[in-house]
Design a protein around this ligand. Structure first.
Ligand SMILES: NC(=O)c1ccc[n+]([C@@H]2O[C@H](COP(=O)([O-])OP(=O)(O)OC[C@H]3O[C@@H](n4cnc5c(N)ncnc54)[C@H](O)[C@@H]3O)[C@@H](O)[C@H]2O)c1
Length: 351
């Protein structure tokens, strides 16, 4: 077991990536943050005050000047190979992140998520420094198989109506014979490549199928990052649309806890499984309506709400069974939801 000393973070200007950069920079590792800053453009079109990548890039530049900031694209295999050499760990978070964009431009989604991850693995396989790799995968790889599990209504939330899933969704849930989105498919392809390279012993690699990750420096919108989107709308006194009845439930994980799970793998990858469901687990869940109550408690405000039709494929309940991560990585979520939200609100007010 050894702590990574030379760490490459792809998508280093993103929400999750910038937290990985900060985590390793704080521990004295040499960190390279790679990003093509495409998120800057996407979000600028939507609302320039919600510009994650530009904000996080500048945040790293100002607070961690020793971090190497590299504007590059994971679709550029040659460039990637020269960057990867010399690193002993790669946190691969760069990606096309929105289901909606994958529907309108599935080719870009495929090239960035599937081929981009393939490029990262190939670069890792060829590098003399033998980097271990973690992939920011997603629970969307399970497609709508999740929706086959019966749910019941309990007051302000839904819950699984099958005791087999009382602890949430395990890694063994089927990933096929169901409906996906292009985003779900491109991430699943990436996830399977990671498993294949790991199982054939080419690269020490693992896919972390992430549920709902939240935390400071996240600028969510209707398409992605709903916790931040709800919190920011509340803090800015902006109206909010809920798709469905608001009783849908998610497990929520503070971003720093996620990075600790990545690090547990990267520090000691030998013989570890190559897939983990990762989120807050059954002890850290909330429905959308319950979250609005929590926000009101913390901020004293409540946004004007309107309700719209359920979105296609939306899950009434998604909760990760995190037993495998607990056992194999000796890992446990540490930040309770209320405390994490307080950190978010404080950061947003002080920005
Ligand atoms: N945030 C969540 O709750 C969540 C949940 C499940 C999975 N994920 C996955 O985690 C990863 C990170 O998500 P995030 O929330 O930090 O999103 P984000 O948009 O904040 O970060 C992604 C970063 O990747 C960069 N990027 C995109 N295409 C690139 C390319 N071709 N080359 C180099 N950089 C590129 C973007 O500019 C951006 O800075 C994504 O792969 C996403 O699919 C996130």
């Amino acid at each position: 077991m050894s702590n990574p000393k030379n760490v490459l973070v792809t998508g280093g200007a993103g929400f999750v990536g910038s937290h990985a950069v900060e985590y390793y920079a704080e521990r004295g590792a040499n960190v390279t943050a790679l990003d093509n800053l495409s998120r800057v453009e996407t979000l600028e079109k939507a609302d320039e005050t919600r510009n994650t990548a530009a904000y996080n890039w500048e945040y790293i530049e100002e607070n961690y000047p020793e971090v190497a900031l590299l504007e590059a694209d994971i679709r550029d295999q040659q460039r990637l190979e020269s960057v990867v050499e010399g690193h002993d760990a790669i946190v691969h978070t760069a990606g096309q992140v929105a289901v909606t964009a994958s529907l309108t431009d599935p080719r870009t989604d495929f090239e960035v998520n599937a081929e981009g991850t393939f490029n990262v693995l190939e670069a890792a396989r060829k590098a003399d420094s033998d980097p271990a790799v973690v992939l920011a995968s997603t629970n969307k790889v399970y497609g709508d198989n999740v929706n086959e599990i019966p749910v019941r209504e309990e007051g302000s939330r839904y819950w699984y109506d099958d005791p087999e899933y009382d602890r949430g969704i395990p890694e063994t849930l089927s990933i096929d014979d169901c409906e996906h989105t292009p985003y779900g498919v491109s991430k699943l392809a990436a996830d399977l490549y990671v498993q294949d390279y790991a199982e054939r012993g080419e690269v020490d690699a693992a896919a972390f199928r992430m549920s709902c990750i939240y935390g400071t420096r996240q600028f969510g919108n209707e398409d992605q990052g709903w916790v931040a989107h709800f919190a920011i709308s509340t803090l800015r006194d902006e109206p909010l649309t809920i798709f469905g009845d608001g009783k849908q439930v998610r497990d929520v994980l503070y971003v720093k806890d996620l990075i600790r799970a990545y690090d547990a793998f990267l520090s000691d990858p030998e013989g570890k499984p190559a897939v983990y469901n990762i989120g807050g687990g059954e002890e850290n869940t909330t429905s959308l309506l319950e979250f609005l109550d929590l926000l009101e408690e913390k901020t004293g405000s409540r946004p004007d709400l309107s309700f719209d039709e359920w979105r296609e494929g939306d899950q009434k309940v998604y909760v990760s069974d995190i037993s495998r991560a607990r056992e194999e990585l000796d890992w446990e979520p540490q930040v309770e939801f209320a405390a994490g939200i307080e950190r978010f609100v404080d950061w947003y007010d002080d920005r």
